[in-house]
Ligand binder design. Structure first.
Ligand SMILES: [Zn+2]
Length: 208
């Protein structure tokens, strides 16, 4: 299947640019851009790297899958999507966002994050806080259209959430998924737990 630009432009090219940047720094240079663009050759790379453009979310999912496959074929690593979600979220942080993550109550962060994703990143993921205890939260992430959702996207989203909790200063963050929209569930439900909160750890992200 060859994917093209469609009227259903639900993923920002900010998010395709982020994937490309990660690809270029993690994949051997001699592989070039061919693997990254597999199945979507008729969308120019310049289009995918311009923040102002939008593509359909299956294009974004395909790019993620292409990276996952390339890394798996070169290193055998199967956890690429999680790592990618983690690292790109850390990389995209701004000083404003770090300050926001430090001082804002967690429930407000989750609500703002969900709106931000739906408006600016892609229009296919709703994030809801379902429970809260001293050292953890239960989160529900619901893809609005399941046909564009898969294991890789789920892992990417969890990696991204792990990064947000790390940047807030939580220590020993651990995410355990209970139901998954890529399998039988309608949404991904998972519990994130931590042992403590360290402002020193959070401040380290200022210089990382
Ligand atoms: Zn899932």
């Amino acid at each position: 299947m060859v994917l093209t630009m469609t009227a259903d432009n639900s993923a920002s090219c900010f998010s395709t640019k982020v994937l490309y940047r990660w690809y270029k720094t993690h994949v051997p240079e001699e592989l070039g851009d061919k693997n990254f663009l597999s199945s979507i050759e008729n969308i120019p790379l310049t289009y995918l790297l311009d923040d102002k453009n939008w593509v359909s979310i299956d294009v974004w999912s395909t790019l993620l899958h292409n990276i996952q496959t390339t890394i798996h074929n070169t290193t055998g690593d199967t956890k690429t999507a999680y790592q990618l979600g983690y690292e790109t979220t850390i990389e995209a942080r701004s000083l404003d966002q770090l300050a926001y993550l430090l001082i804002t109550p967690l429930n407000s962060i989750i609500a703002t994050l969900s709106v931000h994703i739906l408006r600016n990143i892609n229009s296919n993921l709703l994030i809801q806080l379902r429970g809260r205890h001293k050292h953890g939260i239960t989160l529900e992430q619901t893809p609005l259209r399941k046909e564009w959702y898969n294991n890789d996207v789920c892992a990417f989203n969890r990696g991204s959430m792990h990064a947000i909790l790390d940047m807030r200063g939580y220590t020993d963050v651990c995410l355990e998924e209970h139901t998954c929209a890529a399998h039988k569930g309608d949404s991904c439900t998972f519990e994130a737990t931590w042992t403590n909160r360290s402002i020193i750890k959070a401040l380290k992200f200022l210089t990382k």
